[in-house]
Design a protein around this ligand. Structure first.
Ligand SMILES: [Zn+2]
Length: 278
């Protein structure tokens, strides 16, 4: 099996690399020092430790349905962020936009909804026009409120999310919605108000698709929140509780910003938790 494909019971998860970028670790995790990062040379290197992050979407095939979780950056020519290559990466995996039954997200941030729309002339139109689009109601309501969607820095909501209204089939659901018999949303608030992870259970095997509960494997071990967390305290509490659960219930962990393809486990050694890639 290709190393970007993970089988969880009858469910198949394919990691689709959209983009990669790197950033100074202490600029994102502002409460940390260079010295603290010295303990993690495999993730952050250099005199000014640089963290590299993948932007990975996941294609999940479950119960006869093809589901896309997160759509990466899109080709939006943003300042500070690379363009994503999701459409090409999907094509390389043999998937056309029309093959995707359902587009779901972990949360509404620039690097997770970027590929929801594509340029047509001067307009942004749905990139998956025949797919159903699922959002947690609370997440949708927060980001699409005029005061937030049109706030400076949130322009991506205007070009990636608002164009979906009245253009595609949108279903707004509770944060504990059962997507299919094998996929359930897990409310994991903090990074954004109604961030959700996804629990996949099939034939005695299970995995959690994490979203941005953590951006780097270091956060499996350390309680550090970053500047991208809307509520850093809640994000840290949610991360700790979820990592404890993943370790205790022995779920596989699927993490979109961890080193590609982001498949691994949470192991406990002498009372501390660590990420271990498969
Ligand atoms: Zn992200």
């Amino acid at each position: 099996m290709a190393n970007n494909v993970l089988q969880v019971g009858a469910v198949e998860i394919t990691a689709i690399l959209d983009a990669s970028f790197s950033f100074p670790a202490t600029a994102v995790f502002t409460a940390t020092t260079k010295e603290q990062w010295a303990s993690y040379p495999e993730y952050a290197t250099g005199d000014r430790p640089m963290l590299s992050a993948s932007m990975t979407s996941f294609l999940v095939r479950a119960g006869g349905k093809t589901i896309l979780i997160d759509t990466g950056m899109g080709a939006k020519d943003r300042q500070y962020f690379p363009n994503g290559r999701l459409p090409d990466a999907l094509a390389e995996a043999g998937v056309r936009p029309g093959d995707i039954d359902l587009v779901v997200v972990t949360h509404i941030h620039i690097d997770h909804v970027g590929g929801h729309t594509t340029r047509q002339g001067d307009a942004w139109v749905p990139a998956f026009p025949t797919s159903k689009h699922l959002f947690a109601q609370k997440e949708w309501d927060y980001w699409t409120a005029p005061g937030v969607a049109h706030a400076r820095g949130n322009e991506y909501v205007v070009d990636c999310v608002l164009p979906l209204r009245d253009a595609v089939d949108i279903e707004l659901v509770s944060s504990e919605h059962r997507v299919t018999d094998e996929i359930t949303m897990l409310p994991t608030p903090g990074h954004t108000p109604a961030h959700t992870s996804y629990l996949i259970s099939s034939a005695g095997e299970s995995a959690v698709i994490l979203g941005d509960v953590a951006h780097t494997p270091v956060q499996v071990t350390e309680g550090w929140s970053g500047i991208f967390d809307v509520d850093p305290v809640m994000a840290a509490e949610t991360r700790d509780a979820l990592m404890r659960r993943i370790a205790g219930e022995r779920h596989l962990l699927v993490a979109g910003h961890f080193p590609f393809p982001g498949f691994g486990r949470v192991v406990e050694v002498e009372g501390r938790r660590y990420w271990r890639g498969l």
